[in-house]
Design a protein around this ligand. Structure first.
Ligand SMILES: [Zn+2]
Length: 268
């Protein structure tokens, strides 16, 4: 509830609020929770429909997410169609090992996941970051258990100004709040604007990102010898994640893992 609006309104509301609180004190706790629930029914974080709990998803949106569960490639985090037992590395990870050690994501990048990411990016919804980070904490629990610190993939300053906030930093902060791990939003800096990656070939993507990221000198002591968990909202081709992981390793990190809310699953 916010009282930050109009001052006069707040003054006329005050006696009414006091009377309401007096009345509420005489009610059993369960009845009070019921009344508050009626006034502010929990809304789905993705579509706004009624949800079971605050900051949760409604049943339809929950069912719409394609959660990634084992068996999956232990390096890339991409799901396998069949379980052939034991820890597995996909042929793709063997042929072309990623720079990061392990990647995990909550779900495939489908319509519901896209809607959530879009809301997070353009809706300035920090409470949505808390919901998404809660799901990420489960999908990435092994990575979080090994991590020394959390670092978001940075947004260029110009884009940060346009959009006002970095969705990866919001997710990183929410994950830090949940786990108690330190969050270093300044571990990586984007020093040069990059062209959008869409439509570029693999080599063009790598070239586009070359030298775009760096670990600022003042951040080096915080990174050196640490296992860093890199956080972003979406993993698409992995070009940005690999460039960020390479930069962190050159900056002295002992290893880099990657945790995203959603990811494109090749071949799907
Ligand atoms: Zn919904």
């Amino acid at each position: 509830m916010s009282f930050s609006g109009n001052r006069e309104q707040a003054e006329t509301d005050a006696p009414r609020m006091a009377r309401w609180l007096d009345a509420a004190r005489t009610l059993p706790r369960a009845a009070l929770a019921g009344i508050v629930g009626l006034v502010y029914p929990p809304a789905c974080a993705a579509c706004g429909a009624a949800a079971g709990e605050p900051h949760g998803l409604c049943a339809a949106c929950w069912a719409g997410l394609s959660f990634i569960t084992r068996p999956y490639c232990e390096r890339l985090g991409t799901p396998f169609a069949v379980d052939i037992g034991g820890p597995l590395i996909s042929p793709a990870a063997m042929a072309d090992p990623p720079v990061f050690a392990r990647a995990r994501a909550v779900c495939g990048y489908d319509d519901t996941a896209r809607a959530l990411v879009h809301k997070l990016k353009y809706g300035d919804r920090t409470e949505l970051a808390v919901t998404m980070a809660g799901m990420m904490a489960l999908a990435g629990r092994e990575l979080l258990a090994d991590a020394d610190l959390i670092a978001p993939v940075p947004l260029h300053r110009w884009r940060l100004w346009r959009r006002r906030f970095n969705q990866a930093a919001e997710l990183a902060r929410a994950l830090g709040g949940r786990t108690g791990l330190p969050v270093d939003v300044a571990a990586l800096a984007r020093v040069r604007r990059t062209r959008p990656q869409v439509g570029l070939s693999r080599n063009e993507r790598a070239l586009n990102l070359q030298g775009a990221l760096r670990v600022p000198d003042e951040a080096r002591p915080r990174i050196e010898g640490r296992r860093v968990l890199l956080v972003d909202d979406v993993l698409t081709t992995g070009s940005t994640a690999n460039a960020a992981a390479r930069t962190l390793l050159r900056g002295g990190a002992s290893a880099v893992d990657l945790l995203t809310f959603t990811r494109v699953i090749p071949g799907r």
